[in-house]
Write a protein that binds this ligand. Sequence first.
Ligand code: GTP
Length: 360
Amino acid sequence: MASNNTLQAVILAGGQGTRLRPLTLSRAKPVVPILNRPILAYQFALLKAHGVSDVVLACSYRVADVRAALGDAEHLGVRLRYVVENEPLGTGGGVRNASDLVSGTLFVLNGDILTDADLTAMRRLHESRGSRTTIFLQSVPDPRQYGLVETDASGRLRRFREKPTADDEITTSTVNAGIYLIDAELLGRIPRDRPSSIEREFFPALIADEIPCFGWCPTAYWRDIGTPSAYRAAQIDLLHERVDIPLSPLGKPLDGSWIGGGPVAPEARIIAPSVVGAGAALGPRCRVGPGAVVGDGSTIGPDARIEGAILWERVEVGAGAVLQDCVIGADVKIGAHARVGPEVVLESGAVVPEHATLTR
Ligand code: GTP
């Protein structure tokens, strides 16, 4: 249990991340790199900026990855504890499984969203309205892939519709943005040892029982990074400084980019904004950027071009290869003069032969 004035958070981090495959076949989604650091590092920084430093991670898939990447997260500014499900318990059961470690009003976050939302303002609203569960909402142009949340004129929650398909079911553009403030006493309503959904079961039951629950729909940066295109787009947004999260520098600043101190051949060009990871080596006449993320320990061969592409760690790019708007997993080898085109996603360890062309 936390002392009365310590704010706590539970982060849901147990999903299999099927939409982000094949990247998530070899790494759990909460620790896929965003500009060379785990996505959860951004959530920890946001939580810390809003006074939350006691975090419980609800895990079930590839837990060893998550522990190896984050440890106790002291270096990331929070105290991190893990609760592990033997079988995946879903978003409801995952929070319930963490309930013995939390008390008071707690934040619950999906582990796959990038946002700079003002969580202090969310808490103020929660308290001033006497809300027992408050949901961060966002208005989106196409709400079909999300959970729709209807509120009344006062902001009180009225109805949920998960991922509607029929046009007449799309009654609002506001969707569940995956951060909640919940009165921990309510968690006892979630069954302990069977899978359940916080969106489909817990929230609708609160509404049915007329427990005061409110939506909070601020202007903020927000993106669900659960698909490869959103995962890449989030990093482009960060490179363009469209997200306001206080984090340590990504490397040494250089003309609008950040570089990690590896060898850079004199004629190599880095076009801003880009990030070159620790120890990454850039060969003669290669061109990196704009919008490139080169993972730690990667090697970019002579005359290669990397534009709008996200490379994980230790990727080897051969001479003259061209990588455009794609995502490349760790330890991938790209043969000389190969071309990898927009939207292509290569799983960790893949090998692309010389002169091959990969498109989607
Ligand atoms: P997709 O398979 O691509 O939909 O991704 P996902 O498995 O992460 O599912 P989804 O995006 O709906 O999950 C929302 C959040 O809940 C993510 O942060 C997941 O990690 C988390 N989550 C989903 N299922 C579970 C579960 O069974 N246990 C726990 N602890 N977390 C879960």
